[in-house]
Design a protein around this ligand. Structure first.
Ligand SMILES: [Zn+2]
Ligand SMILES: [Zn+2]
Length: 326
């Protein structure tokens, strides 16, 4: 079995969904730019894109994406290999695969199987891309304080390079994505969010805190509420102080730039505050769930970090922070 795939050339609009396919020996398979599949009968197997044409001129010497999801996440679309291919094509310095581990449903949903698959695929890709891209093993540990034994088991499954800490849902509630926000419930939900987020930070089981302003991604979709992170400045300061005190990283998550909220998670003001409060480490991640979003928005996030006072961003390897100049 051979794996072949094509990627779009920079600046060209891609229609349709690309995915990697296994094909029979002796048959070459690739995708054209409209996403449709075509086959040729040659016995020569090679990647269908030519690296020189697909390469994109990067403005910064070091670009790393430290938050990405493969098909080993329940909501991920593409294989680890396809994500790596895109990262290599873009000329990234490194890529970290951080598939979901939702601890509160770890046993019910057999998340262990997904995590083991993610690490296996990532290590395999590391071998395939040894001379083109640094590839790190990671995990997005969601709600670890809601089931500490699940979190401990997930962390024992591999020697991760990087652990993101996330809070996607409050205890006993659905993911913030599914909630309906009204003037009556929104403040209670957000108060509980920041309380539980502080509990997560104090649990100390992660390297970088992911998307600190996660619920605002959805609250912002209800403009009538007119609630912004500024309304929670004191609670946010407490979380930032605790992160700085524990020498943990804060993530700047660029997914917000692709969504209605239109800013990074967290935004520039919060990143500046983290610097003022003594924060040293900031990781940068696209939160891509498909190959086309790899590194998306990172070239916008880096100058923003500079404006906030950071001269470096951070990449974790073997759970140790490495600083890279912006
Ligand atoms: Zn997340
Ligand atoms: Zn994520």
């Amino acid at each position: 079995m051979y794996l072949l795939y094509a990627l779009p050339i920079s600046g060209r609009k891609v229609c349709g969904k690309f995915s990697e396919r296994k094909v029979a020996k002796g048959q070459k398979t690739c995708y054209n730019l409209s996403g449709s599949l075509h086959k040729s009968g040659t016995g020569t197997l090679s990647r269908a894109y030519h690296s020189g044409k697909g390469a994109i001129a990067l403005k910064y010497k070091f670009i790393s994406d430290s938050h990405t999801h493969s098909e080993n996440s329940f909501d991920g679309k593409d294989s680890v290999l396809l994500l790596c291919e895109r990262a290599a094509q873009l000329g990234l310095y490194s890529l970290t695969i951080t598939d979901h581990c939702e601890c509160h449903e770890y046993y019910a949903n057999n998340v262990r199987q997904d995590i083991e698959g993610s690490v296996r695929d990532t290590l395999k890709a590391r071998g395939v891309y040894a001379d083109r891209l640094r590839i790190y093993t990671g995990i997005e540990l969601g709600q670890p304080t809601q089931d500490p034994s699940a979190a401990a088991e997930a962390l024992s499954l591999a020697e991760y390079d990087f652990v993101l800490g996330s809070l996607h849902n409050l205890r006993g509630e659905q993911d913030f994505y599914f909630l309906h926000y009204t003037a009556d419930n929104v403040h209670d939900l957000l108060d509980r969010y920041f309380e539980e987020l502080l509990e997560l930070v104090k649990s100390d089981c992660f390297d970088s805190l992911a998307h600190l302003t996660y619920p605002f991604r959805y609250v912002a979709a209800e403009p009538s509420l007119r609630i912004t992170p500024k309304d929670y400045a004191d609670q946010i300061d407490t979380v930032l102080e605790q992160l700085a005190h524990q020498q943990k990283a804060l993530e700047v998550n660029t997914s917000g730039l692709r969504q209605k909220i239109g800013v990074t998670l967290p935004d520039e003001a919060i990143l500046r505050r983290f610097h003022e409060l003594g924060g040293q480490y900031v990781t940068v991640g696209s939160d891509a769930h498909r190959w086309g979003d790899i590194a998306s928005g990172i070239e916008d996030a880096l100058p923003m970090l500079q404006r906030c006072g950071f001269s470096h961003f951070t990449v974790y390897q073997k759970r140790t922070p490495d600083l890279f100049p912006i």
